[in-house]
Design a protein around this ligand. Structure first.
Ligand SMILES: [Mg+2]
Length: 256
């Protein structure tokens, strides 16, 4: 294997804590000459924040080695709609990613050719109205990711998918494109970044519905790690959810 796409939450770290074996597994891959990009469906953390968290856990990565659903969405939109005026709903991290591109942004929904929706923790009636009006004005409707809910240290919170659903329901329209895992933009931008052929690349993650599904769609070798969503007792394991199932990243040695 020439390269690997590695999920962050539940695979490398959980909140501020490194997952046992993750550091060792990443070292093992790098020693074997495997190129790595780290991916996350988060649209509220900047790549710099992810880089700092990795560094604080003893894992070196450059900002370019990290892809978030926000950064992938900015790359995708600027590539597919280079002349479009874009209106965003989401976090400052999302706007920061668009600031790295040449995209023209507007706060006026009636002016938007493209509406981009990421997770917005201050989402309210006004935000919903903004989204509805952009779509009514003919904007293409793009979501960073469609995670339904997200576990946190203090309990479950709604994911970006819940906000997309609210806007989509009001506008009676499904999003035209979702950019995060398991959808095409995330895998396309990842493979571009690695400059690799899908046959020489593996995807490693803890989520069968996003990480593993993305790898399967693109023809990558898939590796499910049992450090996050799925453990040994999970019934999903009976259905052979991935090419390989390992207890932690450290167990990747058996696959190299
Ligand atoms: Mg994960």
């Amino acid at each position: 294997m020439e390269s690997a796409i590695i999920d962050l939450d539940g695979t490398v770290y959980r909140s501020q804590t490194v997952i046992p074996g993750a550091r060792e597994g990443i070292e093992l891959l790098r020693d074997a000459g495997v190129d790595i990009v780290f991916v996350t469906n988060s649209s509220t953390k900047t790549r710099e924040t992810c880089q700092e968290r990795l560094a604080s856990l003893g894992i070196e990565a450059s900002v370019d080695d990290i892809l978030t659903s926000a950064s992938v969405t900015a790359t995708y939109v600027s590539r597919e709609y280079p002349t479009a005026t874009v209106s965003t709903i989401g976090s400052t991290a999302l706007d920061q990613e668009f600031a790295h591109t040449d995209t023209k942004l507007t706060a006026d929904p009636a002016e938007a050719d493209v509406l981009v929706v990421g997770k917005d923790r201050s989402f309210d009636f006004q935000t919903l109205t903004h989204g509805l009006r952009a779509i009514e004005s003919g904007a293409t409707f793009i979501g960073t990711n469609e995670d339904r809910k997200v576990p946190t240290d203090t309990g479950t919170i709604p994911g970006c998918g819940a906000l997309l659903a609210a806007i989509g329901y009001a506008a009676d329209r499904d999003p035209d494109q979702i950019c995060g895992k398991p959808h095409d933009p995330m895998i396309e931008v990842s493979l571009d970044r690695l400059g690799t052929d899908p046959a020489d690349c593996m995807v490693i993650g803890d989520n069968p519905e996003t990480d593993i599904e993305m790898g399967r769609r693109a023809g990558l070798t898939t590796v499910l790690v049992l450090t996050g969503l799925v453990d040994r007792t999970d019934r999903r394991l009976e259905a052979e959810p991935a090419d390989h199932v390992v207890d932690s990243l450290e167990a990747l040695s058996s696959l190299l």
